[in-house]
Design a protein around this ligand. Structure first.
Ligand code: SF4
Ligand code: SF4
Length: 485
């Protein structure tokens, strides 16, 4: 039990039995003085449990892990399938290449991710935290290793309490070595998303790795080792902001993990063959298995708590107990505030529909932007020294610098042209080659012949066209200045 729990008064059973409220942990100010903010963390020894929701966790966790570890090793054409090439300022994602100019799309992706999270949270509470968050997934891997090396919950408690011996030392060395191996591979893979992973592997094993790449591999190795090995639930309790604001997305129809106090209380132990009614107790046999499996160390029977990450381990634990006792399952279950109050639960409600519509519309717009985005980028800078120059013949020159980017995967030749309400001559090279991914600066002069006798500024439009694809053309407006008189 953590410090906050022990400092808080628990829900009294009459309140827990009240049918018109979700049982939420009560806080009694008189006990605040006992709370030590610098109290040493009590290590949580979780018990291993199997069950329906743990099978779902495995099914959702493995594809995510496989995706993370394998993606940078896969090739797409002649390139790494996902590579955020910062020095070249190109971001390759499967068949697409994005440029710094496409950064607005990243903002779109982040907004879509945020709205998806809002929708999922509004519908199913903290399933992201319990099933897919990297902190949860990596902590589960580290816990699995711990259980394999050091044994069951009781064996681990005994091992930690025992004096140092060769056996304890060997187990600790093996556990930490395995943790460090997973952490290293996690950090190495992460850096492999930013540096071609084949080159990184070669340079790493020939001891010629770039010092910055080496630093970031070490950094992410230690971060993974520390977060999943030691900090664990403390990341969720004290560092993650999501736990603090997720309640704003909850409504009475949101799925939450909850204990049914009407059915469970009065809790108490009894023989396996006893029926609850026969011994005058509720269905909770007070075995505390739900507490022993909880990765954040809370007792869900005290009501909905912000520490609950919605992992459903307690549901599986309690269901296994109910099965052994021959009682109906789901004393702890996924339910809603409305269901707890005896009201019907609604699946589709206005806020959830609004989130879903927003996500669908934004995904559609983003997909359109990606497909329809231009493969040439053109921007025009006017000469800052003078508005115009007069030649010896009386012609008027305006000078510009055109920036043209080739955003395709191949090298191409391009042609410049200009549209204007008066005849202007393009002085300088109008055909040029740009390598794939390059941005070139092209100095251009536009000349207005003296005999045209045009006065004042007028609008013009530059065009850059790919020579081998006539419809691949972009334009950019600018101004041409001439004397007013
Ligand atoms: S209370 Fe249950 S669902 Fe919540 S974190 Fe603990 S085990 Fe997971
Ligand atoms: S696992 Fe179920 S029966 Fe056991 S203490 Fe928890 S709620 Fe009660």
């Amino acid at each position: 039990m953590n410090a906050e729990n022990s400092a808080s008064a628990r829900l009294t059973s009459d309140k827990a039995n009240s049918p018109d409220r979700i049982p939420v942990e009560e806080f009694v100010p008189a006990e605040v003085s006992e709370l030590d903010l610098y109290q040493k963390r009590e290590k949580i020894y979780t018990r291993k449990i199997e069950g329906f929701f743990q099978r779902i966790r495995t099914l959702t966790g493995w594809p995510l892990l496989a995706g993370y570890f394998l993606l940078p090793w896969l090739q797409w054409g002649d390139r790494q399938s996902v590579l955020f090439d910062l020095p070249a300022r190109q971001f390759h994602v499967l068949g697409f290449t994005f440029w710094p100019q496409d950064l607005s799309m990243l903002a779109w992706v982040l907004i879509i991710a945020a709205f998806t999270l809002f929708a999922v949270t509004n519908f199913a509470g903290r399933v992201w935290c319990g099933f897919s968050c990297p902190q949860t997934v990596w902590t589960s891997i580290f816990m699995w290793i711990e259980q394999k090396v050091e044994g069951s919950r009781n064996q681990r408690i005994k091992l930690d309490a025992a004096p140092w011996s060769a056996n304890k030392f060997a187990k600790k060395v093996l556990k930490h070595s395995m943790w460090l191996t997973v952490a290293f591979y996690t950090g190495f893979t992460f850096v492999g998303y930013f540096t071609p992973i084949l080159d990184l592997s070669y340079s790493f094993f020939t001891f010629s790795v770039n010092p910055w790449a080496g630093f970031w591999i070490a950094f992410f190795t230690l971060a993974t080792y520390g977060n999943a090995g030691y900090l664990r639930e403390q990341v969720c309790l004290y560092m993650c902001p999501y736990a603090r604001f997720q309640s704003a997305m909850f409504d009475p129809n949101t799925l939450i993990i909850s204990y049914d106090p009407k059915r469970g209380e009065q809790r108490g132990s009894r023989k396996r063959t006893d029926k609850s009614a026969d011994v005058g107790l509720g269905d909770c046999i007070d075995c505390e298995l739900c507490v022993q499996v909880c990765p954040t160390g809370i007792d869900i029977r005290n009501g909905l708590q912000y520490q609950c990450i919605g992992c459903a381990l307690c549901v599986d634990a309690c269901n296994s107990v109910m099965e052994k006792m021959n009682y109906p399952k789901n004393l702890i279950s996924y339910t809603t505030e409305n269901a707890l109050n005896g009201q019907p639960s609604k699946i589709m409600r206005p806020r959830l529909i609004a989130y879903i519509v927003a996500v669908v519309v934004m995904c559609g717009l983003l997909a359109y932007r990606i497909v329809a985005r231009e493969t040439i980028e053109l921007s025009v800078l006017r000469d800052r020294q003078a508005l115009y120059y007069k030649t010896e013949q009386g012609d008027i020159d305006n000078r510009y610098t055109l920036k043209v980017a080739n955003k395709t995967q191949n090298n191409h030749r391009y042609q410049l042209s200009v549209s204007a309400p008066h005849t202007v001559e393009l002085v300088g090279s109008v055909e040029f080659q740009i390598l794939s991914g390059e941005v070139v600066d092209i100095p251009i002069t536009l000349r207005l012949a003296a005999q045209q006798q045009v006065r004042g500024p007028f609008n013009i439009e530059f065009q850059a066209q790919r020579l081998d694809a006539e419809d691949d053309i972009v334009s950019h407006e600018s101004r041409f200045f001439a004397p007013a008189e």
